[in-house]
Design a protein around this ligand. Structure first.
Ligand SMILES: Nc1ncnc2c1ncn2[C@@H]1O[C@H](COP(=O)(O)OP(=O)(O)OP(=O)(O)O)[C@@H](O)[C@H]1O
Ligand SMILES: [Mg+2]
Length: 197
């Protein structure tokens, strides 16, 4: 099912064989730490694949300003995920620019994408600490309207929380079971993103 895993620029991407099938739409899921370059890569993918790009910050900032009111990101992401699944069902490629630090989040999204008959491709954008710090500082000074303020302490803490995708995920192997106590990924996702259903 999965044809190859290649490295494109600084992004590690997996290529399912179904990407070659013009009848199957694809969801590209960006994965990586803040400031890694995900949205930059997402823009390229959207252009290359005529994909609908869904970048939460481009909704959060116009809707809620530079602060992040508690709970708003989760409900926004749920609706964007819902919209992305609708678009896939209509045959449109989608770039879901979520970052997705958690393996469970990625598994849930992969499962949901498969459930609508589409293909999912993880696009991991790795970044070392110094490069990340430089990119965050550069963005803050050049395009402050496109980002939220990030401190050095934030960057250090977030790195400890990030679950790097493993080979199994990047190669698109079968999605495992949801965490104990959950009947399925659909239920897990509806709890994680309350506005999904
Ligand atoms: N490959 C690259 N080389 C140099 N600079 C880059 C590269 N990719 C992105 N940048 C710059 O780094 C900054 C952060 O990039 P970008 O906004 O794409 O990151 P991000 O991963 O989407 O961050 P966030 O998670 O906060 O949304 C931007 O100023 C962007 O222009
Ligand atoms: Mg971004």
């Amino acid at each position: 099912m999965w044809a190859s895993v290649i490295s494109a620029g600084n992004a590690v991407v997996a290529h399912p064989a179904s990407l070659n099938d013009p009848g199957v739409s694809t969801l590209f899921l960006t994965v990586g730490l803040p400031g890694a370059g995900k949205t930059t890569r997402a823009r390229q993918l959207a252009e290359e694949h005529r994909a609908l790009r869904l970048t939460p910050d481009e909704w959060m900032i116009p809707l809620f300003g530079q602060s992040q009111p508690p709970g708003k990101r989760d409900v926004l992401e749920g609706r964007l995920l819902w919209l992305g699944l609708e678009a896939l069902g209509l045959g449109t490629n989608v770039v879901l620019d979520f970052g997705c630090w958690s393996r469970d989040e990625r598994s849930a999204i992969r499962w949901l994408v498969a459930s609508v008959g589409a293909s999912c491709r993880l696009v991991y954008v790795p970044v070392d600490h110094e490069t990340q710090r430089a990119r965050v500082a550069h963005r803050q000074s050049t395009t402050p309207d496109r980002t939220f303020p990030m401190s050095e302490a934030d960057l250090v803490q977030w790195r400890t929380l990030f679950e790097e995708p493993d080979a199994s995920e990047l190669e698109g192997r079968r999605v495992g079971d949801p965490p104990p106590g959950w009947p399925g990924w659909r239920e897990w996702a509806a709890d994680r993103w309350p506005s999904l259903v």
